[in-house]
Design a protein around this ligand. Structure first.
Ligand SMILES: Cc1cc2nc3c(=O)[nH]c(=O)nc-3n(C[C@H](O)[C@H](O)[C@H](O)COP(=O)(O)OP(=O)(O)OC[C@H]3O[C@@H](n4cnc5c(N)ncnc54)[C@H](O)[C@@H]3O)c2cc1C
Length: 317
């Protein structure tokens, strides 16, 4: 993109957006490691974003969306192309004031999820408490269908506003978003906003539920460590057809505390791989591979990675 920008400044020069070239991505992720993107852009309008996405698509330039970087590992060598952040005000509105009678609220995809959960409780809207304590933007939470023991994001989504790679905004109903366990089938492009189906309730009772769920999360997960939450999805046990805790499988395989370079398996939660100062992305990936191999040997179960990895080869599956 840097080269493409130098050769074709018109790609962004007429668009209303902040642009940073050779932008380090590590500081924008919870792991705090990884190389640079050719360009990091923050569009100030939906039109500017749509035009950029269409131009990138037409020019064959890779284009990715960064949320809170809470489920993301960026390759040490960085990535090609453009990274988009939805951090300008037009992508971060939570329109509780214009909620419909039955509690549908439009929220921008760049909105911080933890702040949204708090605001929703204050405003007396129920339906998001199950997401208390999950670091994310709303767009990232929808894309990953983030959730936990108390429920997931899909439960709260009525419709999604989606910008396709052709620069056209379309509506995707929850039914057509393909929500599943930590997975959606939302097409390539940008989640712009969601209409959340909430219900009106007593702010004090909602706040209490948020507090309970947040306390449970804090007591079971190393929230302050440099990680991306759970490294692996809870796998389906072929013997029973139901999901098993990846954390327990890792624990049973004796892997808690195992380290590669600066990466280690948390003692608090076996499914958290975290980093110490000086650690890098390749340490995390090497440790994740070791964990996968050992769990497969020990229990015959393959662990699928939940964390998204960006590299020059695209998204590493
Ligand atoms: C301490 C900690 C605790 C965690 N606990 C949980 C938990 O309890 N449950 C859980 O499910 N997860 C948990 N996670 C993981 C993470 O919070 C979720 O996966 C979250 O949904 C990531 O959102 P994000 O905005 O940070 O997305 P990012 O990590 O920035 O991006 C993740 C993926 O979503 C895509 N994406 C982001 N925004 C958009 C958009 N607007 N349009 C299109 N694509 C987009 C990105 O391109 C990328 O592919 C935890 C992470 C940490 C660090």
């Amino acid at each position: 993109m840097k080269g493409a920008l130098a050769a074709r400044p018109s790609l962004v020069s007429d668009l209303d957006m902040r642009v940073e070239l050779a932008a380090p991505l590590g500081p924008l992720t919870w792991f705090r490691v990884g190389g640079c993107a050719d360009a990091l852009v923050s569009p100030r309008t939906e039109e500017a974003l749509a035009t950029l996405v269409r131009r990138c698509h037409d020019s064959g330039i890779a284009c990715r969306v960064l949320g809170s970087g809470a489920n993301l590992l960026v390759d040490d060598d960085g990535i090609d192309g453009v990274v988009i952040r939805l951090d300008e005000p037009c992508f971060r509105r939570a329109d509780f004031a214009n909620a419909t009678g039955d509690g549908v609220v439009r929220v921008g995809a760049g909105t911080d999820l933890m702040a949204l959960v708090q605001q929703s409780a204050r405003e007396g809207f129920d339906g998001l408490a199950q997401l208390a304590g999950i670091p994310a933007t709303l767009g990232g939470a929808i894309t990953m269908n983030a959730g936990g023991a108390y429920g997931d994001t899909a439960q709260a989504v009525h419709e999604i506003g989606h910008l396709g790679m052709d620069g056209v905004v379309r509506t995707i109903t929850a039914k057509h978003a393909g929500f599943a366990y930590r997975h959606t089938a939302i097409p390539a492009g940008v989640v712009l906003f969601a209409d959340l189906a909430l219900t009106r309730g007593d702010p004090a009772a909602i706040r209490e539920r948020v507090k309970t769920i947040f306390s449970y999360k804090k007591s079971t997960q190393p929230m302050a460590d440099r990680s991306a939450g759970c490294m692996f999805k809870n796998p389906v046990d072929p013997a029973t057809g139901s999901r098993r805790s990846a954390g327990h499988l890792i624990d049973q395989a004796g892997l808690k505390g195992t380290a590669v370079g600066g990466a280690y398996v948390s003692q608090i939660h076996g499914n958290f791989i975290a980093l110490t100062e000086g650690g890098c992305t390749s340490d995390v990936l090497a440790l994740a591979a070791r964990v996968q191999l050992r769990v497969l040997e020990f229990s015959g179960i393959h662990l699928e990675r939940e964390v998204v990895v960006w590299s020059k080869r695209g998204e590493v599956p």
